[in-house]
Design a protein around this ligand. Structure first.
Ligand code: ATP
Length: 287
């Protein structure tokens, strides 16, 4: 095999709670992760020219060791002594710095693809152990689907699958710094912690209405006051038929959950009419 391509799915957080700030500065989280059918595509080709050559359709993305794809390829090449050249093309579709784990899913997919291309014989657990050294979300992006993520994001367990539904994504053109959000997060007795266990039970009962009534992301308490557009998008989705709507990760992406694709398509048009620019996209879950 001389080349391989792979789709790297985006994730959304159906629920995101921060339990506490640890002494080492990291935050202990409890999050429900869900892959959706919005993909970046990576194409890997063996090459005569030594080294890793990464290119992308997005000119502003780093293509050197600052890109997680480069780092993940280097990690496996160093460990397995792979010297021959490797060309990687990253076709980016997932909005960058959006709270959809774009970089992490690219790195995860690069490792999965290299495992095939070079016949490395690693299983998912072994890939996840290596991936976590580059980023806490990478093990989940190797696993994909519906999962509970705890610790600093690296402790993963499988949970009942999310009931079938349609997802509307809207990302306003604003930049949110994840560091700013976590630094300004206040955790006290008034913090609106989502009930993640009740959400998992709703998934087990395949009760989409109950699940959507419980959607919660504690990071909204920081990002929404700083960027009120996020709440405007949420209200727009709810007014136009979403069963629930939530910010993903530290933002600014908002998603809406629908039980009907036509309602999702209509709400998409309504989000397009908002007085600020948004990337909007309708899709469904990636199992
Ligand atoms: P998360 O949901 O994990 O917080 P995110 O979706 O908010 O991630 P990314 O899209 O991963 O954020 O990008 C964050 C930063 O990482 C970008 O500013 C970018 O320069 C850098 N980066 C490194 N590698 C990649 C990659 N393959 N794709 C996108 N960004 C990357």
């Amino acid at each position: 095999m001389d080349s391989i391509w792979i789709n790297a799915p985006a994730k959304i957080n159906i629920g995101l709670d921060v339990l506490r700030r640890r002494e080492d500065g990291y935050h202990e989280v409890k999050m429900i992760m869900q892959s959706i059918r919005l993909f970046d595509r990576l194409t890997l080709k063996k090459s005569e020219t030594p080294g890793i050559h990464l290119s992308s359709n997005l000119h502003f993305l780093p293509t050197n060791e600052n890109n997680l794809v480069y780092q993940s390829a280097k990690l496996l090449r160093d460990e397995f002594g792979i010297d021959e050249g490797l060309d990687i093309f990253l076709d980016k579709r997932i909005p960058v710095a959006a709270g959809m784990a774009g970089g992490s899913t690219d790195a995860a997919s690069c490792m999965l693809a290299m495992n095939e291309l070079y016949d490395l014989g690693l299983n998912k657990r072994q890939l996840m152990k290596r991936g976590v050294t580059l980023g806490a979300d990478i093990p989940y992006c190797i696993l994909k689907g519906t999962a509970l993520s705890e610790g600093i994001g690296e402790k993963l367990s499988t949970i009942p699958k999310m009931p079938d539904c349609y997802i509307l994504i809207a990302k306003p053109r604003i930049h949110v710094s994840t560091k700013f959000v976590y630094t300004n997060l206040v955790l006290d007795e008034n913090s609106p912690h989502p009930d993640i266990d009740a959400m998992i039970l709703a998934m087990k009962n395949r009760d989409l209405n109950d699940l959507c009534a419980r959607l919660g992301n504690i990071l909204e308490t920081v990002t929404i006051p700083a960027h009120p557009e996020i709440d405007v998008i949420k209200q727009c989705m709810i007014e136009h038929g979403a069963l629930g709507s939530l910010m993903s990760g530290s933002g600014p992406t908002v998603f809406g959950v629908f039980d009907d694709p036509d309602k999702a398509a209509f709400a998409k048009e309504k989000c397009r009419e908002l007085p600020f620019k948004c990337f909007v996209f309708t899709t469904d879950l990636y199992r």
